[in-house]
Design a protein around this ligand. Structure first.
Ligand code: ADP
Ligand code: MG
Ligand code: MG
Length: 909
């Protein structure tokens, strides 16, 4: 007996207030198809049609055209019949023809997907039938020329001859317009349109070697297959990879009866939003064009008109159009066709209530009858997103949990950084692109060296890559641009921490430090030239672009309050200075999860003492230099503790290899030799002595504190004394001293011993005590494995996932730029593990480390302080692991607070 295979239908019909699918079936029917079905079922006038499922697309990729056509032939034929019945027309008929559109639609809206083909089913006979039926020759021939044009480029692949050329069909039309001395498509005469159809067909024959297909069924199958193929087209693949959408999702195909916006002056087409997608304001808005079809509104061939009277008046003001002129030439739909407007307004209300979110809709009017062609949750700016969520909540349309879930965490970023003026951006000349490492907008003059960042009032630091030595300059510069490095490169990490705009890894840049030039292609830029960075897109722009301050709306604060109501896991910040700590507090951080002490050593007067310490050959010499550093470090801690207002502060002991602190430029080496009264040669040989083959696996972390215990001693002293000083002023603080890069229990024990002994000595000296804890980072795989033993000693764990990722994969973060991009391109890796926590692999070590740690110390405090602490999917993972907190850069704190709440809500549901 034959086994029933795949009983799930492959084709779903909709139309006539009925539908086989619904809006919940987005994975199977694609977003567009699912919503067309839903709209049909709830009585919105949608032209009837059918959806071929995304699974058929996958089958097509496996089995090929012939097999798949055979599988769906019957369903497609009967679905076309269904449309014919509902519309009272016939596909391919010479008297009363049905024309259809063929539309792609993946489960998420994808700009990289195939373009739509309209008016399919047309040929030399059908066009005459359409003329007869509508008594409108202009319309019929306009539809025919549009069809050949779309089918020709989308299905038959007609392309411009080279990138300097224009589309072959556009070229033919432009030539005719020139000859006829007209400007708009709507000015073509019937004869012009007939000529265009003829010329288009000739062009197709010449270009493809085949006659334009006249059989409507052949056209239909051609278009369906073209939609399937588009799923693996370059544009779609690129977009999919960018967002990590898997290849096996596939796209659905929607075939739908045409309704004609180009039929008369009583017809038209438009796009509308139930709320303002830019600001979130609750005003219905949109644009339309009379006597137009499809994308005419968005393509800019004619100036579209506003749908509402309010919108029209606002537009006229901006466009400096007089009221009389506006009413005559650009009336709103509300004024021009009040009854259609009323109907459209009622649908937008219905749909927004139904979907309980802002909708982006397409509509077409055919001879005074309104049709809705698409609805979807509208794309919006970060500001609009927050306002809409809070407004919908207040309006009672959604509940608190839904309001929190509707907000896309990463988009909150937009609210936290200055942004470019959108109008200015449109005119911008983008010269190259890099990774959008830290969002925001920056405009300034090019400088190539950190110590020259203050040369201009606004500067952009352009480097091949940055190093800790550049910190101060990075802080001064308005933005940072590097040719090398990824999303977790030094430049990127530091910039994000500073909330500073940064583009990293812009491979097209050739930087010549000697000549102080930046070359892109054949254009050379010099120091002092203006340049702008769009840190949100990675676009590098020539010249100045105007910026504007984003407004932190009241709704934003409301959203944060709501997040805290639901979140269980706390959010701390990574902050190295009182300034960062204050910013993070203002963003609601509940403590510091990571203070990197080394950054404090890079400021001018300190780096000198630090270098002297490193260059000392004796313990005595080192201690002397450390003594100089002590008061500075203590002062920093006081500032940080004070800014954190009693919240816990985790301070990590010195971590990076000493090599990073010594000067590498001759001039600075000379200065240092002079200061220390030693020879230049001595400085040089020490510098080269510190050089390591594998600095990341070298003399760093607790290995420093264990070989130079006096460093740990000094740092502990600075921390404890700072806390005592504040205590005496009546300010509470809770230091948590963190030992980095522990791999064995002994390594930790040795450090803890020094810390506790030093603290005890100070308590004696001061005759006063404070509470503090000592814990460790878990960032070496061995530490995760030994977690139960380590937890017997340590008060807390903090997963340092930057190093843990690096060591688990065995990828040096600083060298990964050479192969990671290729791995991503080839799909060897799905995402950059330094950006998104590798839950599958590295995640195992985190789960295991937490479990083992808590097996010996059930109340062990566990957190994360790697860059992943600010990345939504990783934060959710941390919640599920049972972490007490995540720690991230100050500017990501609001995002983490939201995700923490979302994770809690998702885990209950
Ligand atoms: P996209 O996904 O790029 O928006 P669509 O499939 O929505 O592409 O279609 C592009 C344009 O064609 C839209 O303006 C849409 O409203 C219009 N359109 C699609 N199908 C029809 C139809 N059956 N009748 C009239 N216009 C249509
Ligand atoms: Mg659309
Ligand atoms: Mg580390």
């Amino acid at each position: 007996m034959e086994v029933l295979q795949n009983v799930k239908p492959r084709v779903y019909k909709f139309g006539g207030k009925q539908a086989e699918g619904n809006s919940k079936m987005k994975n199977l029917l694609g977003g567009k198809g699912a919503n067309l079905a839903e709209m049909s079922a709830i009585g919105i006038p949608v032209p009837p049609g059918f959806t071929i499922t995304t699974e058929v697309c996958t089958e097509y990729n496996l089995l090929g055209k012939e097999k798949v056509v055979e599988m769906i032939l019957h369903d497609v034929e009967s679905s076309i019949e269904n449309i014919e019945t509902l519309m009272g027309t016939k596909f391919g008929d010479k008297e009363n023809p049905l024309l259809v559109s063929v539309r792609s639609g993946a489960r998420v809206s994808m700009p990289g997907m195939m373009d739509t083909v309209l008016n399919l089913g047309m040929n030399d006979d059908v066009v005459l039938g359409l003329v007869k039926k509508t008594n409108n020759e202009q319309f019929a021939w306009d539809s025919y020329r549009r069809f050949i044009q779309m089918y020709g480029s989308v299905v038959l692949g007609m392309k411009p001859a080279s990138k300097e050329d224009i589309d072959p069909f556009e070229e033919i039309m432009e030539n005719l317009k020139e000859k006829r001395k007209i400007e708009l498509d709507t000015e073509f005469t019937i004869q012009d349109l007939k000529d265009l159809v003829f010329d288009f067909k000739v062009a197709v024959k010449k270009n493809t070697g085949h006659d334009f297909p006249t059989n409507p069924w052949e056209q239909l199958w051609g278009a369906i297959v073209a939609v399937f193929n588009s799923w693996n087209g370059n544009r779609a693949v690129y977009y999919r990879n960018m967002h990590g959408y898997p290849a096996d999702w596939g796209t659905a195909v929607n075939v739908q009866a045409m309704v004609y916006g180009n039929m008369s002056e009583n017809s038209g087409t438009g796009v509308c939003f139930t709320r303002d997608a830019g600001t979130g304001e609750n005003v219905f808005n949109g644009e339309y064009l009379i006597n137009a079809q499809g994308e005419d509104v968005v393509s800019g061939v004619r100036t579209p008109q506003q749908i509402t009277k309010l919108g029209s008046k606002r537009w006229a003001e901006l466009a400096k159009v007089e009221e009389e002129d506006r009413l005559e030439n650009y009336p709103s739909l509300e004024e021009l066709m009040p009854s259609i407007f009323k109907e459209l307004n009622s649908y937008q209300n219905t749909l927004e209530k139904h979907y309980r979110d802002m909708q982006d809709m397409e509509f077409t009017m055919q001879d005074g009858k309104l049709w809705i062609l698409q609805t979807r949750n509208g794309k919006r700016t970060g500001a609009a997103m927050v306002k809409i969520a809070i407004d919908l909540l207040k309006e009672g349309m959604i509940d608190e949990k839904e309001a929190l879930l509707i907000v896309e965490p990463n988009k909150l970023d937009e609210l936290l950084h200055p942004i470019f003026d959108l109008k200015a951006l449109k005119k911008a000349n983008v010269i190259a692109q890099g990774l959008p490492a830290s969002p925001g907008a920056a405009t300034g003059k090019i400088v190539f060296f950190a110590d020259e960042a203050n040369k201009y009032k606004s500067s952009i630091l352009v480097r091949i890559e940055t190093s800790p030595e550049d910190l101060e300059g990075m802080n001064i510069a308005k933005g940072i641009l590097t040719a090398r490095g990824g999303m977790t490169s030094h430049a990127a990490v530091v910039a994000r921490g500073m909330g500073k705009c940064c583009i990293s890894g812009a491979g097209a840049l050739k930087i010549n430090y000697k000549k102080r030039t930046l070359t892109v292609g054949d254009h050379e830029y010099h120091e002092g030239d203006w340049i702008s960075l769009n840190g949100s897109t990675g676009n590098i722009i020539e010249g100045k672009v105007a910026t504007m301050e984003p407004g932190l709306s009241g709704e934003f604060a409301e959203l944060m309050k709501l997040s805290d109501k639901y979140s269980v896991m706390k959010v701390r910040t990574n902050a190295d200075s009182p300034k960062d700590a204050k910013i993070a507090r203002s963003f609601g951080a509940q403590g510091i999860g990571l203070t990197r002490t080394e950054h404090m050593f890079f400021e001018l007067d300190r780096i000198k003492a630090m270098r002297e310490m490193i260059l000392s050959e004796t313990v005595k010499g080192r201690k002397q230099a450390l003594e100089d550093l002590l008061p500075m470090q203590r002062e920093d801690f006081e500032g940080i503790f004070e800014a954190m207002q009693g919240f816990p502060v985790t301070i990590r002991l010195l971590d990076p290899p000493l090599h990073e602190f010594v000067p590498h430029q001759l001039a600075t080496q000379k200065d240092l030799a002079e200061d220390m009264h030693i020879t230049l040669q001595a400085v040089k040989s020490k510098v080269s002595e510190l050089e390591e083959f594998n600095p990341m696996l070298g003399h760093r972390g607790c290995r420093l504190g264990n070989t130079y215990p006096e460093i740990t001693e000094m740092q502990t002293r600075a921390i404890i004394e700072a806390a005592l000083n504040l205590k005496e002023k009546g300010i509470i603080c809770k230091p948590e001293i963190m030992v980095p890069l522990v791999g064995t229990v002994k390594e930790y024990e040795f450090q803890e011993e020094i810390i506790r002994t030093t603290a005890a000595t100070i308590f004696d000296e001061r005759n006063n005590t404070i509470e503090f804890s000592v814990g460790t980072m878990i960032e070496i795989p061995r530490a995760a494995l030994m977690a139960d033993k380590i937890a017997e000693k340590a008060d807390f764990f903090s997963f340092g996932t930057n190093d843990l990722t690096q060591m688990t994969f065995g990828y040096s973060r600083d060298d990964a730029g050479k192969f990671l991009p290729i791995y991503l391109e080839k799909g060897i890796l799905k995402v950059d593990p330094f950006e998104v926590l590798d839950q599958e692999g590295v995640g195992q070590l985190i789960i295991l480390g937490t479990e083992r740690g808590r097996s010996t110390k059930p109340n062990l405090k566990v957190g994360i302080c790697g860059e992943h602490g600010g990345e939504p999917s990783s934060i959710e993972f941390c919640y599920n692991v049972g972490m007490d907190y995540v720690s991230c850069s100050p500017y990501r704190v609001p995002i983490a607070r939201l995700v923490s709440a979302q994770a809690t809500i998702k885990s209950i549901e």
